[in-house]
Design a binder for this molecule. Structure first.
Ligand code: C2E
Ligand code: MG
Ligand code: MG
Ligand code: MG
Length: 281
């Protein structure tokens, strides 16, 4: 409810003055139109591998640019979209356009894995695996080069029913990533049952970890678990060279964060990738 109120406040003054139910209705109609008009598109944030320093992947992040040029952050429209069954439309739309960009980069010889965030509703959607496969392949992309990210809290709230959908996605070759790891309530039993391929350490543990042994301990434990379960690891929110070096010493797999680049529009990605120099390069 708080998230929703926060989101609705971003729409316009008219929405704020309405009773909640009508406010949601107006907000949903606005987002629906924005999707149709192509105002909501993926931006991309690079992921670089420790060791080589090379950019090997990108995460697609939804961005809404309104006709007046203002940008609406996903935290302000995703809660609205999730509430009203519009989220599948958003996921399909972002996946389609992100794959189109990936195909473009492939053509230019820049081969990057693509990560896309999917909503918790995917876990109860028996048709999701077939649909995502169709979307990805229709853009000339192999599911084996696409990683679907689910937050730890969404997976664990519905582990049993989610398992069959996730297993089906894995069979089609999609990678599966646990987003915001460390902020949910997964049990080790659940974690070992779900066919994940990647774990993303939440940015909250990375920020300030150099001076906070307790945060470092959580990162170390996550890396240890990932090694034992043979998962890739991405550290989120890497902002400084100090953080890069600390994570490199801990033998973390990949980094994503402002140190490399903030999310950028598709046209800017190749420039960002060619300008990036890691400490090892
Ligand atoms: P997330 O998937 O965990 O994405 C990481 C967020 O951290 C992004 O925020 C990104 O811009 C931000 N970030 C990246 N590097 C840094 C850094 O160095 N420092 C800090 N402080 N932040 C950094 P963003 O783009 O606002 O997205 C917020 C959340 O919205 C995402 O969290 C994701 O859960 C959700 N989201 C974004 N796009 C989509 C989408 O297409 N579909 C769905 N279902 N959810 C999405
Ligand atoms: Mg943000
Ligand atoms: Mg994510
Ligand atoms: Mg995250």
């Amino acid at each position: 409810r708080d998230k929703l109120a926060h989101a609705l406040a971003a729409f316009d003054d008219r929405v704020e003055e309405l009773p909640v139910d009508s406010a949601i209705e107006v907000a949903v109609a606005t987002v629906r139109e924005a999707l149709t008009a192509g105002e909501i598109m993926p931006w991309f944030q690079p992921q670089a591998r420790f060791g080589s320093g090379k950019v090997v992947g990108v995460e697609a992040l939804a961005r809404w640019r309104r006709p007046d040029g203002t940008m609406v952050q996903p935290s302000r429209f995703i809660p609205v979209v999730e509430r009203e069954g519009l989220v599948d439309t958003l996921t399909d739309h972002i996946l389609t356009h992100a794959c189109r960009w990936k195909h473009d980069w492939d053509d230019q010889g820049l081969h990057l894995n693509l990560s896309v965030n999917v909503s918790p509703s995917t876990l109860t959607d028996a048709g999701a695996a077939d649909r995502y496969q169709k979307i990805v392949e229709s853009q000339g992309v192999d599911p084996g080069e696409v990683v679907l990210e689910l937050t730890e809290s969404s997976v664990m709230s519905d582990a049993a029913s989610g398992l069959s959908v996730l297993a089906r996605l894995r069979l089609k070759g999609f990678g599966l990533s646990i987003d915001d790891f460390g902020t949910g309530y997964s049990s080790l039993a659940q974690l070992s049952q779900i066919p994940f391929t990647e774990l993303k350490i939440d940015q909250g543990f990375v920020a300030g970890a150099r001076d906070q042994p307790r945060k470092r301990a959580v990162i170390e434990a996550s890396l240890d678990l990932a090694r034992k379960l043979e998962l890739e690891v991405v550290a989120e929110g890497v902002e400084t060279l100090d953080e890069w070096q600390m994570l490199a010493e801990m033998d973390c797999g990949m980094a994503q964060g402002y140190l490399i680049s903030a999310p950028v529009i598709g046209t800017e990605l190749t420039g960002v990738v060619s300008r990036w120099r890691s400490p090892e390069m």
